[in-house]
Write a protein that binds this ligand. Structure first.
Ligand code: PXP
Length: 246
């Protein structure tokens, strides 16, 4: 079975909307682990739009499963990761204006940057995953650079699934990429855009060890948890009514 890493960035997005202290990513991580997930993923973006440095530090102390830190391959982030020591780093491309990570890393541009980042992190006991499209050249470069894992970007598959209801070609690309990666010594993760509707064919790929899921899972949590939240508030109003004169 593929394991599940839950990306809890959106919990921090909600908190940052008010700059208050709730909802707390740390509390969310505890619930996610209690529910049986195998890992917690957070993306510390350069603009700190959701997860903050202090969140990662607090999560490092409390996460019992596996803390996967997504980050850009910048000097600032590498130093931070070396200090905090997550269980795994996933290097991702990052653009200031994007809503979410768009596309995988282009390892052909400034390849020495990735090689050095991998050497420094893995040399200090932090295995590195590279977030890439299911492209044979990117997969071979990942192995050449010595990364432990790749995370195959499943976004194209998810997009095709939503548009056409079937995404056989894109699924085949992810599947072939996973096979090639395993053959050349990489361990394979996947993620981006996965939902309750489209996850099964991806999870069924034999080489797929772990899936990172965020948006759709947190969106569902907000819906399935809403009924309980309303009932809890109504119960308080009811309690107050009993203390009122009329
Ligand atoms: N994997 C990576 C590398 C990501 O950047 C993201 C989004 O933060 C995810 C997985 C999760 O994607 P989604 O939120 O669409 O499930």
């Amino acid at each position: 079975m593929a394991t599940l890493g839950v990306n809890i960035d959106h919990i921090a997005t909600l908190r940052q909307a008010r700059r208050e202290d709730e909802p707390s990513p740390l509390e969310a991580a505890k619930i996610v682990e209690k529910a049986g997930a195998h890992g917690i993923t957070v993306h510390l973006r350069e603009d700190r739009r959701h997860i903050q440095d202090a969140d990662v530090i607090a999560l490092r102390k409390k996460v019992k499963t596996r803390l996967n830190l997504e980050m850009a391959a910048t000097e600032e982030m590498i130093r931070f990761a070396l200090k905090v020591k997550p269980d795994q780093v996933t290097l991702v491309p990052e653009k200031r204006q994007e809503l979410t990570t768009e596309g995988g890393l282009n390892l052909r541009v400034a390849p020495e940057r990735f090689e050095k980042a991998i050497d420094r992190l893995q040399g200090n006991g932090i295995p590195v995953s590279l977030f890439i499209n299911p492209d044979s050249q990117m997969i071979k470069l990942s192995a050449w650079f010595g990364a432990t894992f790749i995370e195959i970007h499943t976004g194209e598959y998810c997009l095709a699934f939503r548009k056409k209801g079937s995404a056989a070609g894109e699924l085949e690309a992810v599947s072939a990429g996973a096979k090639l990666a395993k053959e050349i010594g990489l361990r394979v993760h996947g993620g981006h855009g996965l939902t309750y509707e489209n996850v099964i064919p991806i999870a069924a790929i034999p080489e797929m060890e772990d899936l990172n899921i965020g948006h759709n899972l947190i969106a569902r949590a907000s819906m399935v948890g809403l009924e309980r939240a309303v009932k809890d508030m109504l119960a308080l109003l009811q309690k107050a009514k009993q203390g009122r004169k009329k």
